[in-house]
Ligand binder design. Structure first.
Ligand code: ADP
Length: 234
């Protein structure tokens, strides 16, 4: 009976995955196709093409982020319980990830302030923690309006390292907040302009759990959100 249940769940997840993948690749592909068609068939002037490009780039960014998450998730499934932990300076990792999302932030004129400066060590799977940071900071940028600010901070206690990603964005309702991180939130509704698939945060939670960590969120509608995660200190 339990096996049947598990098989059913696996099939559900597979179906969801395939629809998410096809749906979210299709959107930017249409965008690109229409752009090229415009150039080829209608001889659009350069100024008009330029106006169309930011939306297409945004959709493509969404899709490449999704692909990256799916790839990392597949990798983690293949690894199973066999992680490759190493000593990591969380402060340096945050700086590295900030470089990765720099363009995304600059395009949106969102400023990332990092309050960290001294080394703080954890012992974890670097690739996984990088994914967590990238997803949280990238979300913060996505949901923060132009000229908004994001603060990344690190605190350490005797046993834990805690990282805070605070944004000045849209925030979310208590109802939405409660649905985060779970696979029930993992829907096929997501496109670049809609609600998102929920895959990013689901992965964050899973990767942190695998490394002995945890994640929580505080949010106020219209004011912003703070995602905080902990990992054991090395
Ligand atoms: P995806 O992988 O599709 O981008 P996520 O799992 O990262 O989705 O996020 C799921 C949803 O949680 C988002 O679509 C959004 O509604 C909400 N969310 C995540 N981060 C933030 C944030 N910083 N501010 C407001 N809402 C957020």
């Amino acid at each position: 009976e339990q096996q049947k249940e598990e098989l059913h769940e696996l099939n559900n997840l597979k179906t969801k995955l395939f629809s998410v993948i096809s749906h979210d690749i299709r959107t930017p592909m249409y965008g690109l196709r229409n752009l090229f068609k415009g150039v080829e068939e209608y001889d659009l002037p350069a100024e008009e093409i330029k106006l169309l490009i930011p939306d297409v780039v945004k959709d493509l960014q969404y899709t490449t982020d999704l692909m990256e998450n799916l790839l990392q998730w597949a990798k983690s499934q293949m690894k199973g319980e066999a992680l490759s932990p190493q000593l990591i300076d969380m402060n340096k990792l945050i700086n590295d990830v900030q470089q990765v999302v720099r363009l995304q932030a600059e395009n949106k004129q969102v400023y990332i302030k990092s309050k960290t400066n001294k080394p703080v060590y954890i012992y974890a799977d670097k690739e996984m923690i990088e994914v967590v940071l990238r997803n949280l900071i990238s979300n913060a940028i996505k949901f923060t309006p132009k000229e908004g600010e994001i603060i990344v901070d690190v605190k350490e206690s005797d046993e834990l390292v805690e990282v805070f990603v605070q944004d000045t964005g849209t925030g979310m309702s208590e109802e939405s907040r409660q649905k985060l991180f779970g696979d029930e939130h993992f829907t096929t509704k997501g496109t670049a302009n809609e609600a998102g698939t929920g895959l990013g945060l689901m992965i964050c939670k899973e990767f942190l759990k695998k490394n002995g960590g945890n994640i929580r969120v505080q949010s106020e509608l219209g004011k912003g959100s703070t995602f905080a995660f902990t990992l054991p200190r090395a």
